[in-house]
Design a protein around this ligand. Sequence first.
Ligand code: NAD
Ligand code: DAU
Length: 355
Amino acid sequence: MQTQPILVTGGAGFIGSNFILQWLASEGTPVVNLDKLTYAGNLGNLEKVSGDPRYSFVHGDISDRKLIGGLLARSRPRAIVHFAAESHVDRSIHGPDDFVRTNVNGTFALIEEARAYWTELPQEEKAGFRFLHISTDEVYGSLGPKDAAFSEATPYSPNSPYSATKAASDHLVRAYHHTYGMPVLTTNCSNNYGPYQFPEKLIPLTILNAMNGKPIPVYGDGKNVRDWLYVADHCEAIALVLARGTPGETYNVGGWNEKPNLEIVHAVCDIVDEMAPRAGGSRRELITFVKDRPGHDRRYAMDAQKIERELGWRPKETFETGIRKTVRWYLENEVWVRDVTSGSYRQWISTHYSV
Ligand code: NAD
Ligand code: DAU
């Protein structure tokens, strides 16, 4: 059974690619990566495993039911780990269509095809099969300064088109367990940071702008709070939930590390100053307060006691260790950064697929 692959969707994105690299290094069983290669998908993230016989890549859309049905029949995965999504809140505000298409309709198409596949599996394989849906803390809405952290029992209250589409997909996945008995699992995670994150998100954007002497945009008053988790810790939590989580359950994954945005930006500027000193003064001088994000959630905080109690997971990195590793990674991976910022990583798609 363990030689059957897992199917990962969205594995060319930030968390998906970290997950595949970690999975092949630790678990070692085969992985099929299905990815549409949107602007956020970059096969350069997976260069280290591109020749690994345990790894294969399929270019495609989770909304394409024919493709999904054929892929499941051919590859016969023992699990699906579903990362594929439109993930950036600001993009969802400017254009929600793709978010509904992929996060809602795409998840529906994927889980419908997964259900058809799972229903026909022999009894033993059917019992062992898992559909693990990767979601976010943003579905719970926004906290006041003194509110208790989100638990798995917190009612959903999504505020952005992004979080609304993620909430919709969480509900669909939940219903497939309740109605059809499908062995689904959901993880809701806080803000990730680390290698291979596309520089539209706060931390990589700040690192690169600090390096390049460009203004560092801070929305509103910079006091919005997020709970930051190093991506490798998130990937470990996912592997653990996949192996030992109880079907039908949801698990909150968080870093126990709430910080206001301005503190994050200050920390990054100071580490860049230390690792790549420049003559012109501190990078903090580049910080520029800009117009706030519409509907900007004030505070997220995760109560991740359930996953610790039931599965023994706790993050290994502190923010101080994780952020230093992250800044160093961006400084040492100039080629990746150049390809991503110039857009040349996208040429792979036109060369291979003429789309
Ligand atoms: P990302 O934007 O970096 O990557 C998304 C990947 O999905 C890309 O490779 C993209 O090409 C692929 N994709 C998009 N639409 C697709 C489609 N229709 N079919 C197939 N592939 C498609 O995202 P990420 O930051 O790695 O997030 C991964 C998942 O984790 C998402 O579901 C997101 O909601 C969730 N999440 C992210 C964070 C975070 O901090 N980044 C935190 C909690 C949860
Ligand atoms: O909480 C989990 C979520 O974290 C994931 O579900 C999303 O996929 C992921 O994108 C992330 O969402 P955020 O909106 O929290 O991340 P982002 O990096 O875009 O912003 C983090 C905070 O920093 C947020 O309060 C907005 C602020 N910000 C962001 C950018 C890009 C700025 O102040 N300036 C910026 O330039």
